[in-house]
Design a protein around this ligand. Structure first.
Ligand SMILES: *Cc1c(COP(=O)(O)O)cnc(C)c1O
Length: 236
């Protein structure tokens, strides 16, 4: 596809997603600009990021350290906000702290401590969200975020970290599960975290298939990939 043709495809898809956000917000009496669209560009080239920037997108997300780091470096001259949304191995957390404006996927005290050390060594401040497990079996944390029992401990670690700001919560609805009840649990988690820090108002929830449900439940940030960029190319 030529650059112009890709630009036109992205423009149409972006317009469609913005229209969905607008009608979902209006349906619950919220304003469209209360919801930030974060475009997830994992596996897509930097040329797509540049095209979306021309179309007005400023918030971009990646889920793998190396790809995120290199795309942030390749677009350093643009006024972008980078979001890191992938699972964080604690041995990479210090390095991850060098480029994102927001990390959505903090799921342990250890990761919080390493991000804090990295951010302070780069003289940066990073907004951080606690990723909350929305699986039905919430007894176990790990992959999909913290279990309920650890939520306040991890939130307090972020709140107390010198180079991090506790900014809210993030969740991924379980595949094939009930997104509405999952996002209701996330909004309960948001209340718990706001009791620790009143300014931690961000709720990052919703992907291409279910962001209307997330907006209905109070999402402030939706993370959308395939509805804008298309089905991801096979993993390299
Ligand atoms: C890939 C990804 C998304 C976007 O998913 P789509 O279904 O392509 O919209 C959102 N959040 C996270 C954490 C992701 O890894």
């Amino acid at each position: 596809m030529s650059g112009d043709a890709r630009h036109a495809v992205l423009a149409a898809a972006l317009e469609g997603v913005c229209a969905r956000i607008e009608s979902a917000t209006r349906a619950v009496g919220r304003l469209p600009h209360d919801v930030t669209l974060v475009v997830v560009t994992k596996s897509w080239p930097v040329s797509d990021i540049r095209a979306l920037h021309e179309l007005g997108v400023r918030d971009f997300a990646e889920n793998k350290h190396q790809e995120a780091e290199s795309k942030a470096a390749d677009t350093a001259e643009l006024d972008l906000h980078w979001h890191f949304v992938g699972q964080i191995q604690s041995n990479k957390a210090t390095r991850i702290a060098s480029y994102p404006d927001m990390v959505h996927s903090v799921d342990s005290v250890r990761v919080a401590q390493r991000l804090d050390a990295g951010a302070s060594s780069h003289d940066r401040e990073i907004d951080c969200l606690v990723q909350v497990s929305l699986d039905e079996e919430v007894s176990r944390g790990g992959r999909g975020g913290v279990a309920w029992g650890e939520l306040e401990t991890v939130a307090a670690a972020l709140d107390g970290a010198g180079a991090l700001r506790l900014a809210g919560v993030m969740g991924v609805a379980p595949p094939g599960g009930d997104a509405i009840s999952a996002y209701d649990r996330l909004s309960q988690a948001s209340r718990i975290v706001r009791a620790i820090s009143a300014s931690a108002t961000i709720v990052s929830a919703g992907m291409s298939g279910d962001f209307e449900d997330a907006i209905r439940a109070g999402a402030t940030h939706v993370r959308v990939g395939s509805a804008i960029l298309g089905q991801r190319p096979a993993l390299r």
